[in-house]
Design a protein around this ligand. Structure first.
Ligand code: NAI
Ligand code: 15L
Length: 268
């Protein structure tokens, strides 16, 4: 089949850069969008999510959108409001106006970050666990999920909201052993989210098949996602350097980790 054209917002960021490398091998033709220019990509659309006209042109003629753009750490409410809440609304409105049928939304584990982390033997966190945002950032991800739900019910636009754990080339903390998603598995999950039929609005957790997994991957697997990686190969080294998670340490008590105690700040 002909490659599908997909708009990738946030294409200049960490995850966007990894996905620019991996997604074309699935046959996608990517159109790139970010506030920042991307070296070697003169055709990328350089615009802010506040620019509705630019968004409208960006989504014109695409088959689907992968929406990664936004503030990816904690910030002031005003900045989160503009980039993540209004920005995501602007993207959905542009997509509606241009008839785009499918969006994959980069939600985050921080939408439910104050959920106690499962201890040994306790049940995995389900996708329908109550929202417990740990930051204004996490709150904005809950907004995005509900916006996606509204646009499905009202306008028939489908979304897969992926509550991403930690997607980086390798896990760098003991917490990440439970929620890490390898870049290869991320590309597999995005491909499944773009191609599965009749998703309506589906919420999934985004991670590899980690031995120490804290959540339920069944809704992701139901899309056809088959994770290939497991963080366990990094476990011995990380535990030797950092120790096991400490039940007495508040930073280790919840899914969101340090976002619940001392959230990392968005630098701009
Ligand atoms: P990042 O911060 O590296 O990339 C975000 C990109 O969005 C940047 O290139 C930035 O320039 C762009 N951006 C920010 N505000 C914008 C605006 N107003 N208009 C246009 N572009 C704007 O973040 P990363 O790690 O690549 O994450 C991508 C997405 O995935 C984010 O939405 C993040 O919240 C989400 N996510 C990522 C996780 C991870 O492990 N990398 C975990 C959970 C969620
Ligand atoms: C996120 O939502 C952030 O965007 C990412 O930078 C990581 O901090 C990740 O969560 C995490 O929880 O490790």
């Amino acid at each position: 089949t002909a490659p599908r054209t997909v708009l990738l917002t946030g294409a200049a960021g960490g995850l966007g850069t990894l996905m620019r490398e991996l997604l074309p091998s699935y046959g996608y033709r990517l159109r790139l969008f970010d506030r920042l220019p991307i070296e070697g990509e003169p055709d990328a659309i350089v615009a802010d999510l506040a620019d509705r006209e630019a968004l409208r042109k960006a989504v014109h003629g695409v088959d689907a959108v992968i929406h990664l753009a936004g503030i990816s750490l904690e910030s002031t409410f005003e900045k989160i409001l503009q980039a993540n809440i209004e920005g995501t609304y602007n993207l959905y409105e542009a997509a509606r106006e241009e008839g785009v049928r499918r969006i994959v939304f980069a939600s985050s584990n921080h939408a439910v970050g104050f959920t106690p982390r499962p201890r040994d033997g306790s049940a995995a966190i389900p996708v329908n666990t109550p929202r417990r945002p740990d930051t204004f950032y996490g709150l904005s991800k809950g907004f995005g999920e509900d916006l996606a739900s509204l646009y499905w019910d009202l306008h028939g636009m489908e979304t897969v909201s992926v509550r991403i754990g930690s997607c980086f080339p390798r896990p760098t903390s003991v917490r990440m052993l439970s929620i890490w998603m390898s870049p290869g598995d991320c590309a597999r999950l995005l491909h499944a989210a773009l191609t599965a039929e009749n998703v309506g609005h589906t919420v999934v957790y985004g991670s590899s098949a980690n031995t120490r997994l804290w959540w339920d991957l069944s809704s992701a697997r139901a899309l056809g996602y088959e994770p290939q990686d497991d963080s366990e190969e990094y476990a011995a080294e990380l535990i030797a350097a950092q120790g096991e998670l400490d039940p007495e340490n508040p930073e280790h008590a919840h899914l969101g980790g340090a976002f619940c105690t001392d959230p990392p700040a968005w630098p701009y």
